[in-house]
Design a protein around this ligand. Structure first.
Ligand code: ATP
Length: 232
């Protein structure tokens, strides 16, 4: 579904992603793993068109998708949930969700709102509440819900566990698993390797902007250096 070959991206003179290649399949969770600064966020931003691709190729459903702009990528079905959630704090939960559908010209927005509220009953209870007053976990759910309103084919999730208590992380991951079971393709960037491998079918371990290991979740979980470096 998504193929990335020889990707280079970065900031100013510095390349944060040097020569990255990986694939993400349909109806599956693919994990980009690695420590702080490995290049996960940079990769996500380049795929979703929020950072220029300096070199390399990105293809989505067979079509070239590098440097075609975030709006077009959203229309093609690639939608990112940014790191740190970034909900609009003064707007209500419902308004934040409606914003997620802003590029859509089809109908069905009310039905999608119902579907999102079905996934996240807590958001339904708080539909009229200012998003800034939600807990961290609720804001993460809102950020995911807002992305779902754009009807993605591929959801990019950047560190959904960041800054959340373990029990809240579990709740967010239960939702990720359910979305994947419903057929959504997900590209998940995570430092929390154990958690990511619990939902992913395949994973790619990044270091210094390159893939240093790849395999099924079972294979990676059984690899010595992955266990030592990332699973404790
Ligand atoms: P994290 O989990 O901390 O987000 P990451 O794997 O997502 O880590 P990136 O955020 O992609 O890593 O960072 C890769 C490299 O790019 C790091 O060396 C980082 O310092 C650098 N970097 C990230 N954002 C910027 C920026 N806006 N300007 C300059 N350098 C940046």
């Amino acid at each position: 579904m998504l193929s990335v070959r020889g990707l280079k991206a970065g900031y100013g003179a510095a390349l944060a992603v040097r020569d990255l290649s990986f694939d993400a399949g349909a109806c599956a969770v693919t994990a980009l793993l690695g420590a702080n600064g490995a290049g996960k966020t940079t990769t996500m931003l380049a795929i979703s068109g929020l950072l220029p691709v300096r070199a390399g190729e990105i293809r989505f459903e067979g079509r070239p998708a590098a440097n075609i702009g975030n709006d077009r990528l959203v229309r093609l079905g690639i939608v990112q949930v940014p790191q740190g959630r970034q909900v609009f704090p003064q707007m209500t939960v419902r308004e934040n969700l409606e914003l997620g559908a802003f590029l859509r010209r089809d109908g069905g927005i009310a039905a999608d709102l119902d579907r999102v509220f079905g996934h996240f009953p807590r958001l339904a209870e708080r539909a009229g509440q200012a998003a800034g007053t939600l807990s961290g976990g609720e804001q993460q759910m809102l950020a995911i819900g807002r992305a779902l309103m754009a009807r993605p084919k591929l959801l990019l999730l950047d560190e959904p566990s960041l800054g959340l208590a373990p029990v809240v992380v579990d709740a967010v991951y239960a939702i990720i698993r359910r979305l994947a079971e419903d057929g959504l393709a997900i590209l998940l960037a995570e430092q929390n390797v154990a958690k990511a491998l619990s939902v992913a079918s395949r994973g790619f371990v990044l270091e210094n902007g390159r893939v240093i290991a790849a395999g099924s979740s079972a294979e990676l979980g059984a690899t010595d250096f992955v266990r030592k470096a990332y699973l404790g």
